[in-house]
Design a protein around this ligand. Structure first.
Ligand code: E4P
Length: 217
């Protein structure tokens, strides 16, 4: 399972990178705004800064919602750095853009996916990643994890190469459940990765080992 961090915060990206388990980064316009990154040039520069910290894929989202606009923006984003993956929303023109990018060797992440049908369409259009937003499904009292299971089954039935990128991860148990269900990638906050480290018996055990060592030395 690949680990992506879902943030535009450079300090958090550096911290996750230093842990040695980071495979990439996802961003979106809201995450950029949260860091105060505004204006086209600043946003483009920020993507390059992120690419210079991590070794893996960095998702950069188009703002246009029409086919021509998405193609223009996506080509500009893809030219920024070879780690850039163009993030395209699951709308009618987005599906057309996914197919165009796939035919022209530009890698894509289909975002804002909330149903198995949307995920099937994204795979048919040649998306490299599909992003089901499991946390937002949970937020409306539905079951985000069952969407991951459904997409896994559909993709396996037809050997689609599109990677399932479990997105809108809110906590560590989401990561573990997605791993059990066979999601290829998870993207979440740093806290969801840090949570994997923690177990009280590890802390108690280590304390005891160190105390026993000190007794004999
Ligand atoms: C995915 O790429 C999105 O950036 C993200 O996971 C959305 O998560 P949220 O629902 O916490 O905003």
């Amino acid at each position: 399972m690949k680990f992506f961090i879902d943030t535009a915060n450079l300090d958090q990206i550096r911290e996750a990178q230093q842990l040695g388990v980071l495979d990439g980064v996802t961003t979106n316009p809201s995450l950029m705004a949260k860091e105060g990154i505004t204006g086209r040039n600043n946003i483009l520069k920020h993507y390059v800064d992120i690419c210079n910290i991590v070794e893996g894929d960095v998702s950069a989202e188009v703002i246009a919602t029409d086919f021509e606009g998405m193609i223009k923006e996506g080509e500009e984003l893809a030219e920024l750095h070879d780690q850039i993956v163009v993030k395209v929303p699951m709308i009618r023109d987005g599906v057309k853009a996914l197919k165009y990018f796939s035919d022209h060797g530009i890698r894509t992440n289909c975002t804002l996916v909330f149903s198995p049908g949307q995920a099937l369409l994204a795979a048919k259009a040649g998306a490299n990643y599909v992003s089901p937003f499991i946390g937002r499904i949970d937020d409306i009292s539905s079951d985000g994890l069952s969407l991951i299971a459904e997409i896994r089954q559909i993709y396996d039935n037809y050997a689609f190469q599109t990677e399932i990128l479990a997105a809108s991860i809110r906590h560590t148990m989401h990561v573990i459940e997605c791993a059990k269900l066979g999601a290829d990638v998870m993207t979440g906050p740093l806290s969801s990765i840090d949570g994997l480290l923690k177990h009280p018996l590890t802390d108690i055990g280590l304390e005891k080992f160190l105390a026993d060592y000190k007794k004999g030395n």
